[in-house]
Design a binder for this molecule. Structure first.
Ligand code: ADP
Length: 402
């Protein structure tokens, strides 16, 4: 069975085409690519097969429907494509950022589901509407194509109220749905389960802290196989310091800035989301650049790296506290998978919990980086959010066919 995974943004669409090869979670990547600059001059589509050159084509893409058409044409091109025809495709899996309280797992798309995603757009105005444009475009072009929605928020719906309610008048939650939702759910769930498998222990019997450290970053506490807390909140701005996002702030700071500096909501939002984080502190948003500055002894980079590490340590400490212990800590995503220095620095404060690092394994980005005899196991697991989406879509579409 072949599954297409789509991540539809406001002016771009990214896709990966997978072929299932046996088990529900085993897939080969057949092709990947995207449509870029949708609705803007200079639009293009591309397709790359694992062992060949990228095929790139400039063309007009006024909207998501033309972009999806162009992607499907490229995939079914008799010479350079990978599908004989669209009937080769079992279905499409879509990344949907916000499922609100309506979705606790991935679902087959239908009119009601689309309506719920639309309703939850108020919680993710920058993400859900473009996600929906991708869904709608596929539906209009191929109404019979099974489509599955996989939500970033779904896995965190198991959090108890003490973790997701904020200290605001209750109607802010009951009427306006203001609560902690959390994000990066596909990644956290995947690496937590993979860690349990690696440790040959049942996921349901473990306390695991997962650290997804990419441009955006978040930590999740899994107890008994369920997300019990996570560092992002109503929006992906909360939690640890990120590439350009501030992470946690005194909640009054935005209001204080607006009151004293005469800035509007949009400007303060840009400051917190796009001009903050590592970028705001040292002028570099990419961890590779921050590390280069750190190695050269630049004060701003040293300070930014320390703040980044400190913000992660605080969440690990907090999650070990609320779970009354921790069996495993997992690092994933660009920074989590590739930067031994950051893992080492983050973990140096947790000797008291029973964390011991094998420096050589850590330096080599091995899967198990804790030392023999370390009470808490530490793992580095490569995340693959698209593969999780493919796997969920595959399982749902297969069940529907039965
Ligand atoms: P996202 O999916 O959120 O865009 P990624 O998971 O790709 O993010 O992570 C991007 C971050 O990971 C960037 O800060 C980048 O510098 C960092 N990163 C990726 N690879 C490396 C590496 N080999 N060494 C240091 N940092 C890396």
């Amino acid at each position: 069975m072949k599954i297409l995974v789509i991540n539809s943004g406001s002016s771009s669409i990214k896709y990966k085409l997978y072929q299932s090869i046996g088990g529900d979670h085993d897939f080969n990547l057949l092709a990947q690519g995207g449509a870029d600059r949708i609705g803007i001059a200079g639009a293009s589509v591309d397709c790359k097969k694992p062992d060949s050159e990228k095929v790139h084509q400039y063309l007009e893409l006024p909207d998501h429907k033309t972009a999806i058409t162009a992607i499907f044409q490229m995939l079914t091109d008799p010479e350079k494509g990978v599908l004989k025809s669209l009937s080769d495709l079992a279905g499409v899996g879509h990344r949907v950022v916000h499922g609100g309280e309506d979705f606790t797992a991935s679902v087959l798309l239908n009119g009601d589901v689309v309506e719920s995603i639309r309703k939850n757009s108020v919680l993710a105005p920058l993400h859900n509407p473009p996600n929906l444009m991708g869904i709608q475009a596929v539906y209009e072009l191929y109404p019979d194509m099974p489509q599955v929605a996989v939500f970033d928020t779904a896995i965190h719906q198991t959090m108890p109220p003490k973790a997701y309610l904020y200290g605001l008048p209750k109607e802010q939650y009951t009427v306006h749905k203001i609560r902690r939702y959390g994000f990066h759910g596909t990644s956290h769930g995947y690496v937590a389960k993979a860690a349990a498998k690696e440790l040959k222990r049942p996921f349901e019997k473990l306390k695991i802290i997962t650290c997804h450290l990419g441009n955006g970053g978040s930590l999740t506490a899994f107890d008994g196989g369920k997300s019990v807390d996570t560092s992002m909140g109503l929006t992906p701005l909360a939690g640890i310091l990120m590439g350009t996002r501030s992470g946690d702030l005194d909640p009054y700071i935005p209001l204080h800035i607006m009151e004293t500096q005469g800035l509007g909501a949009e400007q303060v939002s840009a400051m917190m989301n796009k001009q903050g984080g590592l970028l705001g502190l040292c002028g570099k948003r990419d961890m590779r650049d921050v590390l280069e500055g750190y190695e050269k002894g630049y004060e701003g980079c040293i300070e930014a790296l320390e703040i980044f590490v400190y913000s992660i340590q605080k969440y690990i400490g907090a999650y070990a506290a609320v779970m009354n212990g921790v069996d495993a800590i997992v690092f994933t995503a660009g920074i989590g998978e590739n930067v031994p220095l950051i893992r080492e620095k983050v973990l140096e404060n947790f000797g008291y919990l029973g964390v011991k690092i094998n420096k050589r394994s850590n330096a080599a980005n091995k899967t198990l980086i804790s030392a023999k005899g370390s009470k808490v196991k530490v793992l580095v697991i490569h995340t693959d959010e698209e593969k999780v989406i493919a796997s969920d879509a595959f399982a749902i579409i297969k069940a529907k066919k039965k």
